[in-house]
Design a binder for this molecule. Structure first.
Ligand SMILES: [Zn+2]
Length: 458
């Protein structure tokens, strides 16, 4: 009976406790380290994310790879057993780890058995505080980073980038507008002093958030206070301002991508006007709407593109919406016409209320199953850190619900009224052009041969 009572209590309290994924216990330690602790639905496992507030955006073009290189170097080893010894210790605890450097942060991602959670956190703390790297480790890490970035940056690739031939359409536009570096960041010239300085300036508790989701140890808060709480805070460095549009770019351009082929890609890119309220939710819904409108027009009505798509991207401090289509090379002009008609129709008639509401309800429904399990929940908190306030994350379903048709229409009009930028990606030659080129060369050869024979017979 007691067991049954206990089970009822557990079942009764568990859903409200675990299923409200937006309610999370969060508090800073005295040294400024922000903690987010959330009991998850899955037993026996914890997902740990240590988010360090330093990313690619914090550095100039020549130094962009510094945080990424440092992230790799931190796995060099904490004692004489080196990189291999460190990995063996994690294996012995049954956990797995990895790290990622993005524009805004550097994050250490760990999955581990719940019973070893404190030992795994010990190992992460050792990595942060005891890693010493020498010149050998630095050159080894440089090779890995270079390989991750697509191999050695050759003279040819650099030349192509300078001629605007090596970038995809949206990246190319971002370079033209002064939002992105024109050449790929290099690691060769980065020094040990620079790396140590990044570590000193940014790897401090008051610039970190530790997220633990899952089968939490009862002693975790006390343990964290004793261990991570002993890290020394620093005077924080300000993040540099994100670049804004600094130059003008051509309204329409052709970009060469590849050598021969019959395909082409059409992109219409436009900066998103900044909305006072619910900017992201409104443009997310608008993206869904435009996605569907492109599909209806370019695929179903005109059969020009198999999978046209709308996309949101951020470059520097500017968000872009793009309308995109993969096409046959000869269909570009027709697709451009359909795209212009689609935009004109939306500007004239506004969004269709029924379609907008259906897509809005679908987006809200998606929220019910979008985040499943401890690891996905931890990733969600990582992605939404900025939305955490008073023990809660903002509920995206409620935010989406709040976007009205009028607001979406207003945002759509401000967006589509702009001329935007057309970028057409094509290979250098079409299949036919290649055939003609080969025929031309063969013809010249034959002419040369005939000429030579006439010359000899004389
Ligand atoms: Zn990497």
């Amino acid at each position: 009976m007691r067991c049954l009572l206990f089970a009822c209590l557990l079942l009764g309290s568990f859903p409200s406790f675990a299923l409200d994924r937006f309610q999370v216990e969060g508090y800073p330690l005295r040294n400024g380290l922000q903690l987010l602790l959330k009991p998850g639905a899955e037993r026996g496992h914890v997902a740990i994310r240590l988010v360090v507030g330093v990313g690619i955006d914090d550095f100039s073009c020549a130094e962009k790879e510094l945080p990424h290189l440092l992230e790799h170097l931190l796995f060099s080893g904490v004692d004489a057993s080196g990189e291999g010894g460190l990995e063996e210790r994690m294996q012995a605890l049954g956990g797995e780890w990895n790290a990622f450097t993005s524009n805004a942060d550097t994050t250490f991602v760990i999955e581990a058995p719940a019973k070893n959670q404190r030992k795994v956190l010990d190992l992460l703390l050792a990595l942060l505080t005891q890693t010493r790297f020498d010149d050998n480790a630095i050159s080894a890490a440089k090779q890995v980073v270079e390989r991750e970035d697509g191999g050695h940056y050759s003279h040819l690739q650099r030349w192509l980038d300078r001629q605007d031939l090596g970038h995809t359409a949206s990246n190319q536009l971002a370079v033209e507008l002064g939002l992105k570096c024109s050449e790929r960041a290099q690691v060769g010239q980065l020094t040990r002093e620079q790396l140590e300085k990044v570590r000193e300036d940014w790897y401090a508790p008051n610039n970190m958030t530790l997220i633990v989701v899952g089968d939490l140890d009862r002693l975790l808060p006390a343990y964290l206070d004793r261990t991570y709480g002993a890290l020394k805070p620093i005077v924080p460095t300000d993040h540099p301002a994100l670049p804004q549009i600094q130059a003008s770019a051509a309204h329409e351009r052709n970009l060469t991508l590849g050598f021969v082929g019959g395909g082409a890609k059409l992109h219409w890119l436009v900066p998103e006007p900044v909305l006072e309220d619910q900017h992201d939710e409104t443009f997310d819904l608008l993206k869904d709407y435009l996605d569907w409108a492109l599909y209806r027009q370019l695929r179903l009505a005109h059969g020009l593109s198999y999978g046209p798509w709308a996309e949101r991207e951020v470059f520097g401090g500017v968000g872009f919406m793009s309308l995109n289509a993969d096409l046959e090379r000869d269909d570009v002009d027709e697709a451009l016409k359909v795209l212009d008609e689609l935009k004109a129709g939306l500007l004239k008639d506004g969004l269709n209320a029924q379609t907008f509401n259906r897509l809005k309800q679908a987006a809200i429904a998606r929220q019910a199953w979008a985040v499943q399990g401890n690891s996905a929940l931890a990733d969600y908190y990582w992605s939404a850190i900025g939305d955490y306030e008073d023990g809660r994350f903002a509920d995206p379903a409620r935010e989406l619900q709040g976007v009205t048709l009028e607001e979406a229409n207003k945002a759509m009009r401000e967006l589509l009224m702009q001329p935007g930028y057309v970028r057409i990606e094509k290979p250098l030659l079409s299949d036919d052009q290649l055939l003609w080129a080969i025929a031309g060369v063969l013809g010249l050869l034959v002419l040369g041969l005939v000429g030579w024979r006439i010359h000899r017979s004389r």
